[in-house]
Design a protein around this ligand. Structure first.
Ligand SMILES: Nc1nc2c(ncn2[C@@H]2O[C@H](COP(=O)(O)OP(=O)(O)OP(=O)(O)O)[C@@H](O)[C@H]2O)c(=O)[nH]1
Ligand SMILES: [Mg+2]
Length: 207
């Protein structure tokens, strides 16, 4: 079993040129505004106030970097990584020019930041077929390079009843789902992230 320890806010940056040096493997979290990105970061690192959560969409306007360690609870082996909380997309209440500027900075960061090994695209489990999410996926598929991985995670699963959850699982077999409020799916997601970051290369070398 792997857990996450020593998580702490590193810095914020408005664009790639102001971003910290690329020292560790990074996991970038993307979602429409208000889907629960910052909440999920806090759930993953078990630290309520690390990333700022707000009921007002558009809270995260900069690229925020958090350093942390994955720890194997049996061997106590540790591996450093970095989580990147990206500004939510689809937030309407800013001026067009600001929005355009963000979009450019964000697109450039996503396309050029080489340390990003894993993109986690979060989707509200009640709204799984939005055009904007499909657009983001199309963009990601286009810019994904080499061993970069794209993972989808459904959030706010506590908002669905059993029947709706069943329907979602049928529609997206094997999909990952979480609830930040009920702390469901969090441990599983930590294992999956760890595996993608740290064991995939070894598996490729073996085969
Ligand atoms: N019911 C429920 N509410 C959640 C869950 N996760 C987050 N929320 C709520 O959703 C709202 C937005 O959460 P944030 O984590 O700030 O969302 P975000 O995606 O970071 O939003 P931006 O930074 O604005 O892009 C807050 O009111 C949270 O309390 C969840 O799993 N279940
Ligand atoms: Mg946020």
């Amino acid at each position: 079993m792997i857990d996450i320890i020593n998580a702490k806010f590193l810095t914020s940056a408005p664009n790639i040129s102001m971003a910290p040096e690329e020292e560790r493997l990074e996991v970038a979290f993307l979602a429409r505004s208000n889907v629960g990105k910052s909440s999920l970061l806090n759930s993953l690192v078990n630290h309520k106030g690390m990333a700022k959560v707000s009921a007002t969409p558009g809270k995260t306007q900069l690229i925020n970097f958090f350093d942390l360690e994955f720890r194997d609870q049996e061997s106590n082996e540790r591996q450093a990584a970095r989580f990147v909380d990206l500004p939510g997309f689809g937030y309407a209440k800013v001026s067009k020019s600001i929005k355009h500027q963000w979009q450019r900075s964000l697109n450039q960061f996503i396309a050029e930041r080489e340390q990003i090994k894993l993109f986690i695209h979060l989707v509200d489990c009640r709204h799984t077929d939005l055009a904007i999410d499909a657009e983001v996926d199309a963009y990601l598929e286009e810019i994904l390079e080499g061993d970069q991985v794209l993972l989808h995670v459904f959030t706010k699963m506590d908002k669905l009843n059993q029947k709706e959850l069943g329907a979602l699982k049928n529609k997206f077999p094997g999909s990952l789902m979480v609830s930040n409020t009920k702390k469901r799916g969090i441990d599983k997601l930590i294992q999956v992230i760890h595996e993608i970051l740290f064991t995939e290369d070894e598996m490729q070398e073996d085969s």
